[in-house]
Design a protein around this ligand. Structure first.
Ligand code: ASP
Length: 317
């Protein structure tokens, strides 16, 4: 019988253990559970993988705890610029947006690009124009405001540094690159028909400028889905994940080296991306519903649920 399943992440990196309080841990886990359950419920009712990943990512975007949608990090100009992508493994259709502002759920705009335009990737003003034509209402900047992200930005706004989400402080992040943290969100799912899909959404890096775009909205780098192999959503040091074409690399190891989803994901996260100094993690699901969630950082906010009864909600190793 076809197994259906879903996995989600809220970023590979997490707060360093010393900063995590029992109360915060409870908040993170309950936000993950809410998103997981909403996607899983859709699959259980016979919904498609693409609907399930969009729904789960929307829930994560709506939580201020993660660096996507509400709670996105601040750019060098003190604004929020968000990126998102979605891909359907059944059709290989994909949609992506980057450098968008004021949009409550960037993942839904990416889906509209996929379904309502001839294109795959829209950026900046053009993407905003597209949103306007499709009647998106814009949220005020206060909707995206989060005190923790604001403090992160104030620490480095007058410098040339940029910082991945959840770093304890810029000084510490500078001391050890490995302490840099990532708060992007994503979901992958396999539905009752064995179709897979992936979605990823992010606010990017604190104090980013020059229209910096990471791996998250790039098809093949931070997000990829193909029924032949798997669906993948990544989180980590975007520049390295772009160079490693990480999500596609997992799929290619499966297709050409005949590796399973767990082995292929481990090979990429614990070997190939480390060889080029990238840190982070990914979630992946294959067409049989098997899930892999490797990371090479201290932790990764993650959760998964499968019709074979397996369920996990974890933060650290
Ligand atoms: N990969 C994201 C980026 O580079 C960051 C993250 O995963 O949090 O924009």
């Amino acid at each position: 019988m076809q197994i259906f399943s879903i996995a989600i992440h809220g970023g590979a990196g997490t707060l360093v253990k010393g900063m995590m309080t029992p109360e915060l841990e409870k908040q993170y886990k309950s936000a993950l559970k809410k998103a997981l359950d909403s996607g899983y419920k859709l699959l259980e009712e016979g919904g498609s993988a693409i609907d399930a990943v969009e729904e789960a990512v929307k829930q994560l975007e709506d939580s201020h705890l993660f660096n996507a949608g509400k709670g996105s990090v601040f750019t060098a100009e003190g604004t929020h610029e968000m990126d998102a992508a979605i891909m359907d493994g059944k059709t290989l259709n994909a949609g992506a947006v980057s450098l968008i502002t004021g949009i409550k759920n960037p993942v839904s705009l990416a889906r509209d690009v996929m379904e309502k335009s001839e294109h795959v990737f829209l950026a900046g003003d053009g993407a905003m124009q597209f949103a306007k034509e499709h009647n998106y209402e814009l949220e005020e900047p206060t909707y995206f405001y989060d005190e923790f992200r604001h403090q992160q930005w104030l620490e480095i706004r007058d410098t040339n540094s940029f910082q991945l989400d959840h770093s304890k402080s810029v000084t510490e992040a500078a001391r050890s690159q490995k302490d840099s943290k990532f708060g992007t969100v994503g979901a992958v799912a396999c539905d009752k028909n064995g179709h897979v899909a992936a979605a990823t959404s992010t606010g990017g890096m604190t104090n980013k400028k020059w229209g910096r775009v990471g791996d998250s909205p790039m098809i093949g780098a931070g997000n990829y889905a193909n029924n032949k192999t798997c669906a993948v959503s990544c989180t980590g040091s975007g520049e390295y994940f772009i160079r490693g074409v990480v999500a596609y690399d997992v799929a290619m190891l499966m297709e050409h080296k005949d590796m399973g989803v767990q082995d292929a994901s481990d090979e990429v996260i614990h070997k190939r991306i480390l060889e080029i100094n990238g840190d982070g993690g990914l979630i992946a699901v294959d067409k049989n519903g098997a899930i892999a969630m490797p990371f090479n950082t201290e932790g990764m906010y993650r959760a998964s649920k499968s019709s074979n009864g397996q369920e996990e909600i974890s933060i650290y190793k």
